[in-house]
Design a protein around this ligand. Structure first.
Ligand code: PMP
Length: 383
């Protein structure tokens, strides 16, 4: 008899990103769906990786991550958020931001624990919760500004609530949490046993002179938080799958127990390269402006189409509404745009457990200007 698997994720299929990217390839479409840059990363970093490999840095480094890289990150956090983080006790290098989030859930969740998730949500969150025995409690962000209704959050909290996951800058909407949001969160979790998982992978991708508000700036939040980051977003190397988690010592100690027997330690030469490159502040300080130019370039080109932009203040995504263009649901239109017009996007309905249809598609503008111009040009005649 061949063994059969009783699926731990019976409701999960292929992710929408893979589905759309495969379709985009088949139809030679411009891929503004999946979030990755189509331009080269800084050659200085790849040179540093080569150098590290040639110098023999090819064996396991410390399971928590290369100390020099963690030290560099602690200095960066102090500089950006004025928070003292101890590199030995509070930072672990991980193979990507998603892994950091997954590990945080594995660390804290027991069977039946509830986690509040704001939707539309990055698609790994709910499966990450469910595979760890937790129950996701989705709350829709308000449309069209994608803000949090904190009264609704209060109503959903009960004795089983174990965590709240937040994401700012937000994928897919480009919305940012405000000072008021973080204050509301402080009030809600004060005196409870609720953890916070804060997905801040787009921390540097913030536009229009707005500021990223990290939970690291709020001691009352940080004391119960796992804060997750990704080098992929900061240095235009999503394929490297490198990130890190910051959490207070007692939380990090448990996080590392899970990490130790799953990944143990991450790619060494890349860590040597990042440790050297992290000192280069301009690489991340200029990132918001760099992407803002792309957002605005694409928005200008899209004026020739009938799609209408919703505001994007961060991340490298912008939602465009097709209200008045078509009555199709979001996925149907996204598929048709690939097949008939050669442009791939992501339907925002895919970011909900039970699809919500607002006639919006997500476009990634982290692309060369010629790519963005050609995509907008192909969308001019959409009807
Ligand atoms: N969180 C969000 C909101 C993301 O958009 C992404 C990347 N798509 C990640 C986490 C994961 O980052 P990484 O590739 O480093 O796992």
């Amino acid at each position: 008899m061949i063994p059969t698997i009783q699926s731990k994720l019976p409701n999960v299929g292929t992710t929408i990103f893979t589905e759309m990217s495969v379709l985009a390839q088949q139809h030679h479409a411009i891929n503004l769906g999946q979030g990755f840059p189509d331009f080269l990363m800084d050659r200085a970093i790849t040179d540093l990786v080569n150098e590290a490999m040639q110098q023999g840095h090819n064996q396991y480094v410390h399971m928590n991550g290369l100390p020099a890289l963690r030290q560099g990150l602690a200095e960066k956090v102090k500089d950006l958020y004025n928070t003292d983080i101890h590199f030995n006790d509070e930072i672990t290098i991980t193979p990507g931001g998603t892994y950091a989030i997954y590990t945080a859930f594995t660390t804290i969740l027991q069977k039946g624990d509830e986690v509040i998730v704001f939707e539309p949500a990055y698609d790994s969150y709910i499966p990450n919760i469910e595979i760890n025995g937790g129950v996701a409690v989705p709350i829709s962000l308000t449309y069209p500004d994608y803000s949090i209704n904190w009264q609704l959050v209060k109503e959903k909290i009960n004795a089983k609530t174990r965590a709240i996951i937040i994401n700012s800058p937000h994928n897919p909407s480009g919305a940012l949490l405000t000072e008021e949001d973080l204050k509301a969160l402080c009030e809600i979790v004060r005196g409870t046993g609720i953890f916070i998982i804060s997905d801040e992978v787009y921390e540097h991708l913030v536009f229009d002179d707005k500021k990223h508000l990290s939970v690291l700036k709020y001691p009352e939040l940080y004391e119960r938080s796992f804060v997750c980051f990704s080098f992929g977003k900061t240095y235009h190397c999503t394929g490297w799958k490198m990130g890190y988690c910051i959490a207070p010592p007692a939380l990090m100690q448990e996080f590392r127990k899970v990490h130790q027997f799953n990944c143990f330690t991450c790619n060494s030469p890349v860590q040597f390269a990042l440790a050297a490159y992290i000192k280069n502040k301009t690489a991340y300080e200029g990132l918001g402006k760099f992407l803002q130019v792309k957002r605005d370039f694409f928005a200008e080109a899209m004026k020739a189409t009938r799609f209408k932009p919703l505001p994007s203040y961060g991340s490298y995504f912008q939602l465009y509404s097709y209200d008045g263009i078509s009555d199709e649901n979001e996925k149907a239109l996204a598929v048709r745009l690939i097949k008939e017009y050669g442009v791939a996007t992501i339907p925002v309905s895919a970011f909900y457990k039970s699809p919500v249809e607002n006639k919006v598609l997500r476009f990634c503008f982290a692309k060369k200007e010629e790519t963005l111009a050609e995509a907008a040009n192909r969308l001019i005649n959409v009807q």
